[in-house]
Design a protein around this ligand. Sequence first.
Ligand SMILES: [Fe+2]
Ligand SMILES: [Fe+2]
Length: 141
Amino acid sequence: MKPPDLKLRLLADHHRLEKLFTLVMDAFEADAREDTQRLWTELEHGLERHFAAEERFLFPQFDPLDPAETAALRAEHVTIMRQLEELGVGVDLKLVRAEVARAFIDSLRAHATREDAVLYRWADESLETGASQIVEALSDD
Ligand SMILES: [Fe+2]
Ligand SMILES: [Fe+2]
């Protein structure tokens, strides 16, 4: 039995990350370096936890239904985590320009929008098992 608030809980985690995206960009644009580093670390932890929950509890069940979409989302996770790591080095060295950060944040937003439209709608309607676990995994902050 899935918790009644599954879709709300999933969307809430995207909203939580979205607020962080905005704070990160504000810090970049203000050239507030300490804030940028602190928020970037929060972004790393937030995305790691969020992606891990999706990869563990959503993708395996969605894969048989829509292998192409699941593969595309997995590939986006890989690309995002690689960019996050590469840019993180630059953030530590204060070498990342705001335009580069903006392009990355835009790709994160596009990923979230794509999931909202297909993966999260499916999860809300049809997730068979693991709904409680994913809610718990996302709440663990
Ligand atoms: Fe994702
Ligand atoms: Fe997501």
